[in-house]
Design a protein around this ligand. Sequence first.
Ligand SMILES: Cc1cc2nc3c(=O)[nH]c(=O)nc-3n(C[C@H](O)[C@H](O)[C@H](O)COP(=O)(O)OP(=O)(O)OC[C@H]3O[C@@H](n4cnc5c(N)ncnc54)[C@H](O)[C@@H]3O)c2cc1C
Length: 541
Amino acid sequence: MTVLQNGGSADYVIVGAGSAGAVLAYRLTEDPTVSVTLIEAGGEAKSLLVQLPVGFAKLVSHPGYDWRYLQEADPTINGRRFIWSAGKLLGGGSSINGQVYIRGTRRDYDRWVELGANGWSFDEVLPWFRRSEDWAGPPHPAHGQGGPLSTAPMQDFHPLCHTFMQACNEHGLPTLADYHGGDMEGVYLTSASQRDGWRCSTEKAFLRPARKRPNLRVLTHTEVERIHFDGSRAIGVDVVSRGLKQRIEARAEVIVSSGTVGSCALLMRSGIGAGETLRKVGVDVVRDLPGVGRNLQEHASVGQNKFVNLPTLNSELGAFDMIRHLLRFAAGKKGPLGAPAVQAMGLARTRPELDEPDVQLHFLPLAYDIAADTVSTASALMPKEPTVTINATICQPRSRGRVELDAQRRPKILHRFFDDERDVATLVGGQKLIAKLFDTPALRRIVIADRAPASPPADDAAWADYVRNKAAPAYHPVGTCRMGRDDMAVVDPATLKVHGIDGLRVIDASVIPSITSANTNAAAIMIGERGADMISRVARR
Ligand SMILES: Cc1cc2nc3c(=O)[nH]c(=O)nc-3n(C[C@H](O)[C@H](O)[C@H](O)COP(=O)(O)OP(=O)(O)OC[C@H]3O[C@@H](n4cnc5c(N)ncnc54)[C@H](O)[C@@H]3O)c2cc1C
């Protein structure tokens, strides 16, 4: 038996300093009588690449900042597979993501309740979004002010965003002045998780102030290998840091906030999961919970791009252009270096009879290609000619995947993007909608020629081939430790405690029962806020 060094103790041990984990560390240490050890496998988030908004383009798939979880080949997208990026540094995903600030629709959260997550309807979660927020735009009842997380209307956007929005208007999709109150059908300029033009990650918003408190200990470059139990009670974690193995004791609770892939993998390595599957990889079963790692959901995204007759970002990447961009950012935080990944977007229905929007539209004043033989978006190539892209991302995928452990007990992602054929049909509808947008007077004025697809597909079957060849993940995995009270649920919706285990909660995007219709960072932060309150309320009693 390996003898572990004593790594100290705290009331609460949090595994993962990402979007949700950083919020938990901040809120729990507001009480000076509570001690917290926050454990992060990655390092600090000080690099300029992390702070500068455009840095995300270099951070995705960067071995120093990204877990680079690898998906198994997916037959439903013609055997292709992707690196599933996930931030591996303080702030987690919020330190490498595209900084789009968006919450999801009223219907998204009301659906959580229908699936058994009582207490998580839109009206019940809205106060927790507002609690985090310090909104720099005009006052609005959906926004909070004075919270740690800075959010802002975009400082400066590419002029073609207006052309895209006009095209949407001509198609019948209205412009919304604000999209944060639950109604997101329409088109809008993106709000960003930014402060004074720089990225505002949860590291910046929550951890930096919290690290000044004596009751918070933050360990970086420290990976949790497994949770340690006394019977069915979690009492600590075993970690490895720079080759040194230690045990850290949790006097009150262990909180797992390791992200959608990391959290379920840690539970499984620790003996919580489908018993038969765990035994196959030599893990002793502590609690047979078959839902751990199941219900994996991810948005699939497919776009089209065209050559245009006006300059776009990809045609302005020469040395002189870069100096101009740098000067604009230095002078007023303006220009492409300060922009979030997507500058204009919207939610739309591909068929009028649907009862809610089924695709998210993203407009990019550029185009890029991912080489067919690579799994990495970091190797994306940009054409030199001016181009624009419109992507359609499925809002509510019906296909589900799962995470298991491989023989080395690392996470193995088994996801079939189009396991359910209806998801292909939705994205075919999305492609036909994009074609209509490109055919509006607003966009016809600037489009010169097709680029991808090289010529319009002749019929639905040809569009379906295009979808299967081009679909890519949107970096929003959720659902592997979902809330609920049925046999496949992992955590209790009222407490986020793992069923059948004492002293153990999961608090991050993995508890989401059904993916939101848009990007997921704000939802993960909201879950962190709510989870912290659940813990503090018990402690206050
Ligand atoms: C490239 C990219 C772009 C994105 N763009 C956007 C966007 O523009 N807008 C948006 O809303 N959402 C976006 N997202 C999604 C969003 O960032 C995530 O949904 C969110 O960060 C998830 O938060 P989380 O707390 O669940 O997990 P994470 O933020 O991933 O946090 C998990 C943390 O746990 C740590 N960890 C994992 N395992 C261990 C272990 N065993 N021991 C110790 N530490 C561990 C990780 O290193 C990480 O810091 C993007 C995500 C990515 C990856």
